[in-house]
Design a protein around this ligand. Structure first.
Ligand SMILES: [Zn+2]
Length: 154
């Protein structure tokens, strides 16, 4: 779990800065990203392009004092959405929580705050789009991994 704070910083930077910095500049350590870290960063990029939000968004992974695995809120002061994901979750669950919460932000963004909470039809449609983004990312990463395995075998 020690790598989470570093990753958390990356995620916030990626979303708060309007132009994405080169990935190498964002990483505090020069260690290669593992599969799940790659998946999280790739998923955020995919969501940004396939499920865009007009407003800014900051994602953090940290402590949640309730039983919730994640939450989404609008921060009036900072004029941005905030998604928090509980740090005790596995990275695979974090990906699932992220698309769930991102869908809440999409509904809020599209309805300009008229609809925010709950998991009604609008949220369902938004979630389906987020889920497709996740599938695309996972398929691509698995393909990349297979390619690497082939290279090693040659
Ligand atoms: Zn929800």
């Amino acid at each position: 779990m020690r790598k989470i704070p570093v990753l958390l910083f990356l995620v916030v930077a990626l979303l708060s800065v309007s132009c994405a910095l080169p990935r190498g500049m964002l990483r505090a350590e020069s260690t290669p990203l593992d599969f799940e870290e790659k998946a999280l960063l790739a998923l955020i990029q995919e969501l940004r392009s396939q499920c865009p939000l007009r407003a800014k968004l900051a994602i953090s992974i940290g402590e949640i004092k309730t039983a919730a695995w994640g939450w989404t809120r609008w921060n009036e002061k900072l004029d941005r959405f905030e998604i928090r994901i509980d740090h005790r979750q596995s990275m695979r669950d974090i990906l699932d929580i992220l698309i769930h919460e991102w869908a809440h932000a999409m509904v809020w963004d599209a309805s300009e705050g008229a609809e925010f909470r709950g998991h009604g039809p609008l949220w369902g449609v938004a979630y389906a789009r987020c889920y497709r983004a996740k599938l695309a990312v996972m398929n691509e990463l698995v393909d990349d991994d297979d390619d690497d395995a082939d290279d090693d075998g040659d």
